[in-house]
Write a protein that binds this ligand. Structure first.
Ligand code: HEC
Ligand code: HEC
Ligand code: HEC
Ligand code: HEC
Length: 159
């Protein structure tokens, strides 16, 4: 075999090893997808909102679950629940479904006249928009702690 032929074989082998390794890395990433959660989640759900009109909320997931006094000591099940809406008992590292998997509707609901507040709240929850706002804001209201005003969660957008 001439030198050129050897070179081609060597590069083919190297390319093969690189592909194999990156394949393994991808698989490893897949295996823990969903169980990984960032300390601070950039709330930018593009499936729910084609365009974000408000500033992007940076949700401090870790601070909400951390023990007091550094954190707010909120239980996983206060936010994550099952298909019947029952709180999930989770521990760090458990996988969860995204809110959008069940609160599926995109964009915002329209408020019709004559609908009671309770009925509207239920309708609104079919939308990711309503589910996320009710979860965050209702707790902050109930606890009389945590932001309830728009600009406290949505930073002002630079115009
Ligand atoms: C406790 C925090 C919080 C407060 C208070 C809050 N929001 Fe939100 N809002 C969110 C989160 C989280 C999302 C979901 C964003 C995502 O996942 O893409 C959201 C989504 C939105 C969206 C859809 C996305 C967009 O940017 O167009 C709109 C519109 C919105 N909020 C308007 C408001 C308005 C108006 C108020 C005040 C009446 C308000 N929000 C108060 C947390 C909050
Ligand atoms: C204050 C509400 C809240 C608490 C408490 C909370 N989470 Fe979350 N968590 C969220 C929200 C909101 C998201 C983003 C979900 C989405 O994008 O649909 C999330 C995302 C996640 C994700 C990533 C999901 C994905 O596919 O990206 C995991 C894993 C997770 N949480 C696990 C936990 C565990 C375990 C606990 C308890 C130790 C916990 N969470 C406590 C609100 C909360
Ligand atoms: C596996 C499906 C599923 C997932 C995932 C899910 N929900 Fe729900 N959620 C439900 C069901 C079912 C109910 C009860 C019916 C209802 O009240 O709309 C519910 C109820 C709620 C309620 C009303 C609770 C109350 O006590 O009034 C809020 C708020 C809510 N979900 C927010 C969220 C948020 C935020 C997430 C993501 C962190 C999420 N949901 C993930 C299915 C789900
Ligand atoms: C079950 C209760 C609960 C839920 C649900 C909840 N929070 Fe909070 N949140 C708190 C408490 C308690 C504080 C601390 C308030 C204080 O110390 O004044 C807080 C504080 C905050 C703050 C102020 C900064 C900080 O981290 O201390 C932000 C912003 C915030 N929450 C955003 C959110 C968003 C966005 C969601 C929904 C994805 C959410 N919260 C859901 C209880 C909750």
């Amino acid at each position: 075999m001439d030198r050129k032929g050897k070179q081609i074989i060597v590069s083919a082998v190297i390319a093969g090893i690189v592909m194999l390794l990156s394949g393994m890395a991808l698989q490893a990433k897949d295996a823990c997808a969903g169980t990984e959660v960032k300390d601070v989640i950039e709330m930018k759900n593009t499936a729910a909102f084609a365009k974000h009109k408000m500033g992007i909320v940076m949700f401090d997931h870790k601070k909400h679950t951390d023990a007091k006094p550094a954190g707010h000591a909120v239980a996983c099940g206060d936010c994550h629940h099952d298909k019947d809406g029952k709180p999930l008992a989770l521990k760090a590292g458990d996988a969860v479904q995204k809110c959008m998997e069940c609160h599926k509707k995109a964009e915002k609901p329209k408020k019709e006249k004559g609908v009671s507040a309770a009925d509207y709240a239920k309708l609104e929850r079919e939308y990711y928009y309503g589910a996320i706002h009710q979860n965050c804001i209702d707790c902050h209201k109930k606890a009389a702690a945590g932001p309830v005003k728009c600009a406290e969660c949505h930073p002002k957008k630079e115009k």
